[in-house]
Ligand binder design. Sequence first.
Ligand SMILES: NC(=O)C1=CN([C@@H]2O[C@H](COP(=O)(O)OP(=O)(O)OC[C@H]3O[C@@H](n4cnc5c(N)ncnc54)[C@H](O)[C@@H]3O)[C@@H](O)[C@H]2O)[C@@H](O)CC1
Ligand SMILES: Nc1ncnc2c1ncn2[C@@H]1O[C@H](COP(=O)(O)OP(=O)(O)O)[C@@H](O)[C@H]1O
Ligand SMILES: [K+]
Length: 473
Amino acid sequence: MRSAYRVETVRAAEAELMARLPGGALMQRAAAGLAAACAGLLGRVSGARVVLLVGSGDNGGDALYAGARLARRGAGVSAVLLGSRAHQGGLAALTTAGGRVADDPFAVVPRADLVLDGITGIGGRGGLRPEAAAVARAARSSQAVVVAVDLPSGVDADTGRVAGEAVRADATVTFGTYKPGLLIDPAREYAGALRLVDIGLALPPVPDVEALQHADVARLLPVPAAESDKYRRGVVGVVAGSARYPGAAVLAVAGALRGGAGAVRYVGPAGEAVLAHYPETLVHGGPPGKAGRVQAWVIGPGLGDTPGVEEVLDSDVPVLVDADGLRPLDPAAVRARSAPTVLTPHAGEAAALLGVAREEVEAARLDAVRELAGRYGATVLLKGSTTLVAAPDADVPVRANPTGTPWLATAGSGDVLSGLAGSLLAAGLRPRDAASVAAYLHGLAARRASRSAPIAAHDVASALPGAWRDVTG
Ligand SMILES: NC(=O)C1=CN([C@@H]2O[C@H](COP(=O)(O)OP(=O)(O)OC[C@H]3O[C@@H](n4cnc5c(N)ncnc54)[C@H](O)[C@@H]3O)[C@@H](O)[C@H]2O)[C@@H](O)CC1
Ligand SMILES: Nc1ncnc2c1ncn2[C@@H]1O[C@H](COP(=O)(O)OP(=O)(O)O)[C@@H](O)[C@H]1O
Ligand SMILES: [K+]
């Protein structure tokens, strides 16, 4: 599991540690890790041309001390000073080691092998200022590897917002812990490959944001025991599709069949289309209350204008509401339920539920998903470039999904996801686990299916067993 903590928590942990260590020790730990990571990226340090972009705070100090270490190993190191001042100890260390201050950034940046972005770290506010932005653009268009110190300058560490211009890094070397912005788009996209340097911080047990990794998912996946039968493995009910959108029913069932439930019960008018693709489905014309017992319901994909979610919400089993089912959703009705509810909106649906503009949700995904989860008393999976999962309890970490690909932005892939998540719910996973494991497998399946080429939603469903094996193998 990757854990991320907000700036306030990081600062408190730093202060506590600094009080116990000799002055400057923490920055030296950071700089040593940073220099080692840069050396690894450069391959050969001696003779390499390294440019440091140095802001006025400690982030610039880290860059200067790391630059001094690289200069001692034979790199040609130039510092571009972008703030009103620069870390004095760091600057002295750099010049002592043979580095120099560059007068003209545009003379050194285009010729660099590696650019170290030390403009701002966790103390940064807002986007880059114009002078820094111009230098950052020059770095991006050069051949240099761009390495962000702690986080790309210009991104918001706590939320992942990018208000204005920011450094686009190939890699980010972050200290002590991941920051939420490193795991959440749009900022995540600016960070490149992430590397964590341990500087000995003692952090609270519960992070603000976390990201599952293969081993975490493998632990959570349902595995049938020797004595299992299809009913014990869980039956998932899928209420989806309409005369107009039969395909949504097929795709939701496709996801549900690959999610670990022992049987999939489809309820609705698209039974013929479903059976034509998946004869193993149990089909019923409806209504859901008459279709037979299920352990979890999925309702919404392709239902059109008359989704009729009330009857399903009245049931006493977990319910996942997606797509058309989300439109008329009353917070009071969801809050009153005795069993858990999972909502899976994309940014547009989340915006409609919150009564804000779609752009507002996309710019501040973390705030939006927390707000919705609190308002509905539900687990909320917010789809998009970084899928986020929030629990109704605000003290539980939000999960940021690390898998996926923009090729997933294709009609019907959300239907596959809701079927898959519902199947995991029926198999007994807790709502937050079902939603985040589903997003993880779905993103992995999309990558497997795509390998950088366009994919259709049914390709994602077909790739799910392979993704499952990747995780468990
Ligand atoms: N506190 C510590 O012990 C440690 C801190 N570390 C480093 O220190 C960083 C935090 O240092 P600081 O608190 O000094 O803050 P930063 O260095 O992140 O930035 C603060 C400075 O940047 C200026 N600034 C803010 N927004 C700006 C913008 N948009 N454009 C240009 N300038 C802007 C501020 O006026 C201030 O001078 C961490 O990110 C990390 O890199 C590491 O050395 C590890 C140890
Ligand atoms: N830019 C993107 N990068 C990665 N994944 C994306 C992006 N845009 C959408 N997705 C994913 O694609 C799927 C689309 O679902 P959704 O919007 O519900 O479409 P549909 O209703 O057509 O199925 C979701 O899993 C979502 O997270
Ligand atoms: K930085």
